[in-house]
Write a protein that binds this ligand. Structure first.
Ligand code: IMP
Length: 441
């Protein structure tokens, strides 16, 4: 009997840790998967029996016919993109509509958000964040400013039209007079939005109430984080961050469950580190090793196709993720990318102006000035790709994993050895592991 019913699974680095595959794997035992923040800036790649699918908005439970896919109020939704994704899943013979529920509280990403995102990035020049250009930031800005339009508003066409006009007047003024950019057409936007209402109506539902019902029935639910802890708007490398909270607590606010209903938090971490977009990245490698990680790890963004920056695993940042997110257990992915490196290094501390430093709080500039302090471990010089049993793992690879676990004070319960669902070693089922009870206090 599973004791952990609500599992939050999130990226413990800068995103792209391979969360989608792990969510998909764990949904064999789950009844629902919920997205709770971010939007289609996320890209979750699933490989099932060799076939690759990239999901951006639909939760990664989509590939399992018994799993409900819920999009919570914390997610910003680009409706044409959502419909496109639904269509493509249907083309693969998956019935997704009957399993998909979208909260009426989800903010709508509208064409002016995309125009503003692109214009703001252009205006930042050398200080550009390297956003995905999908309107995510401006949409969250409208939400916080309480002028945004939400999925539920589509069902009230009259007031929708009035509010859209007001918000577009405001943004068109900024586009024209501040950014000197093209404005967006109100009537075209309104017509497009109204054309969505009928299609979306059957999908709109109270995700919070649904989650409460699932809880009462003793069902198992995965809360699927997007991006990664280090991109959190409060706790990440601000301002080089995304616009949502990517930490575990956002699973509650972004879906409508109580914080104490989170039973277990799993952090997904790559065996090394990557980052897309600008911002501090202390362990970045701009040498042959970095190139090696990028090419062996196929490190190109699933959403934008941009090359990812690569570096050694950063334990200082990972410790912070474990603390801020209350991570109970880790899943380590892409271990095989390190297979032929010797030695392998782990950043165990930072040096700042000649002194040992912790993680600089809330200051990307200070983090930029931190130099990593490394511990070297012997490489294993043997293939771990596709391994499915821990016993077959080279001893030095086992040592690498146990060192990570020791340094962050958190067990590793899943090891991913390849992109395919089957290339996985599960040391402990996170739904049944009694992490909270056993962790020292
Ligand atoms: P935005 O979320 O498009 O506003 O982009 C803000 C920052 O987050 C940029 O550095 C992006 O590259 C990064 N980012 C957004 N989504 C992802 C993701 O899914 N994986 C990795 N980085 C992301």
């Amino acid at each position: 009997m599973d004791t952990n019913r609500n599992l939050v699974l999130l990226g413990a680095q800068w995103g792209d840790e391979g969360k989608g595959k792990i969510v998909d794997l764990l949904t064999a035992r789950a009844d629902a998967v919920v997205r709770f923040q971010g939007g289609h800036n996320a890209g979750h790649t699933l490989v099932i029996k060799g076939a690759r699918t990239v999901l951006h908005l639909v939760p990664s439970g989509a590939m399992r016919e018994h799993v409900a896919c819920l999009i919570g109020n914390g997610v910003v939704v680009n409706v044409p993109h959502l419909l496109e994704e639904i269509g493509s899943l249907e083309q693969h013979g998956l019935d997704i509509r009957s399993r998909l529920q979208v909260s009426p509280g989800c903010p709508l990403i509208l064409p002016h958000h995309i125009a503003l995102d692109l214009a703001a990035e252009r205006a930042r020049g050398k200080q550009a964040i390297g956003t995905t250009g999908r309107g995510i930031g401006p949409c969250y800005e409208d939400k916080a400013a309480r002028r945004g339009l939400r999925i539920g508003d589509l069902l009230k066409p009259d007031s929708f039209s009035d509010r859209l006009r007001a918000v577009m007047d405001y943004h068109n003024f900024i586009l024209e007079h501040y950014y000197r950019s093209e404005t967006m057409d109100f009537h075209a936007t309104l017509d497009e939005c109204l054309s969505w209402s009928g299609i979306l109506q059957p999908l709109i539902g109270d995700v919070s109430a649904r989650l409460e019902a699932l809880r009462q029935q003793g069902r198992t639910v995965i809360f699927e984080g997007a991006q990664g802890m280090m991109l959190d708007v409060d706790h990440g490398t601000y301002p080089f961050a995304t616009s949502s909270n990517t930490t575990a607590a956002a699973a509650a606010t972004g879906s409508g469950i109580g914080p104490l209903d989170i039973d277990v938090v799993m952090g997904v971490v790559k065996a090394y580190a990557t980052r897309v977009g600008a911002g501090p990245f202390p362990t970045e490698l701009e040498d042959d090793v970095g190139q090696h990680l990028a090419s062996r790890g196929h490190e190109f963004g699933a959403t934008t196709g941009r090359p990812r920056r690569c570096g050694w695993l950063d334990i200082v940042a990972l410790r912070r993720a474990v603390r801020v997110c209350g991570i109970d257990t880790l899943c380590v992915t892409k271990l095989d990318v390190l297979d032929h490196l010797d030695p392998v290094r782990i950043c165990t501390g930072y040096e700042y102006e000649g002194l040992e430093a912790g993680f600089p709080l809330y200051n990307a500039q200070d983090l930029e000035a931190c130099r990593p302090v490394y511990e070297s471990l012997p490489g294993w010089q043997a293939g771990t790709a596709g391994l499915r049993s821990y016993e077959d793992m080279p001893e030095n690879a086992k040592t690498y994993l146990s060192r990570i676990s020791e340094l962050v004070g958190c067990p590793v319960s899943i090891i991913s050895t390849g992109a395919d669902r089957e290339d996985t070693i599960v040391l402990e089922n996170p739904f049944s592991g009694g992490y909270r009870e056993t962790s020292p206090e």
